[in-house]
Design a protein around this ligand. Structure first.
Ligand code: C5P
Length: 223
């Protein structure tokens, strides 16, 4: 990526999993490592952008030169995203939990004879869709990810429309060790068509994606 390709831009990125509490010591999580989202944040900073990274719990260091906000749950992630707007570009790479526990308890749940604890779930807010559908203050370019194990392109097209974003980066996470791994095979899906990239290291995917995005944003904005 040419240095300065995103100079003067504010890029907002989500990365990592979310943790949804069950009680003070237990949570629901997923296998996202944050590697792809953090690599995108580093690439955006290298391109000269001001970068805000909203990260779920990950084992990665904060990327240098990036303002990193640490959150745990989906609702905390949405709050941090909304307080970080406005942005010129928003990239939602986090693997946000679809559901949270309806009534997380404030004390540790105890084994109680034979009674199994019921775990009622409720839907989490969709951060990408919420931001992409904003009437005012919508970032001019909103990018989502779609991790799928089948019908990758079809599901990505459906997601593009439903979530209201401008670009979906679709990847196949079926069996190949993408989640937690260092390589990724992605398809860029827009209303105009599909561009498939070869399997690449995640930091190479990140720098190509930032170069691609820098070519899409209207010139002369600052956020
Ligand atoms: O989970 P799903 O396949 O719907 O995720 C697609 C995109 O939506 C990803 O970019 C993800 O970061 C985003 N998303 C979100 N908030 C959610 C669920 C997904 O921002 N609650």
């Amino acid at each position: 990526v040419p240095h300065g390709a995103l100079a003067g831009r504010h890029v907002l990125i989500t990365s990592g999993p979310t943790h949804e509490p069950i009680d003070p010591v237990r949570y629901i999580a997923n296998r996202s490592s944050g590697k792809q989202g953090h690599a995108i944040a580093a690439a955006a900073a290298a391109a000269g952008a001001r970068v805000t990274l909203v990260s779920g719990p990950v084992a990665l260091p904060d990327p240098p030169g990036v303002e990193t906000i640490h959150v745990e749950s989906a609702r905390e992630m949405l709050n941090a995203v909304e307080t970080s707007l406005p942005a010129d570009i928003a990239i939602f790479a986090a693997a946000v939990a679809d559901w949270r526990v309806a009534d997380a308890t404030s004390n540790k749940m105890k084994k109680d004879g034979n009674a199994l604890p019921p775990l009622a779930l409720v839907e989490n807010p969709d951060i990408l869709a919420t931001v992409a559908h904003r009437k005012s203050g919508r970032p001019p370019l909103v990018v989502g990810f779609a991790a799928e194990t089948q019908n990758v392109i079809d599901y990505a097209r459906a997601k593009l429309a439903k979530k209201g974003c401008d670009l979906i980066v679709a990847n196949d996470v079926g069996g190949t060790g993408v989640m937690g791994g260092d390589a990724n095979t992605v398809h860029l899906v827009t209303a105009d068509g599909v561009e498939t990239w070869p399997t690449l290291p995640k930091d190479e995917v990140a720098s190509r994606l930032i170069a691609h995005i820098a070519g899409l944003v209207p010139a002369g904005r600052a956020g």
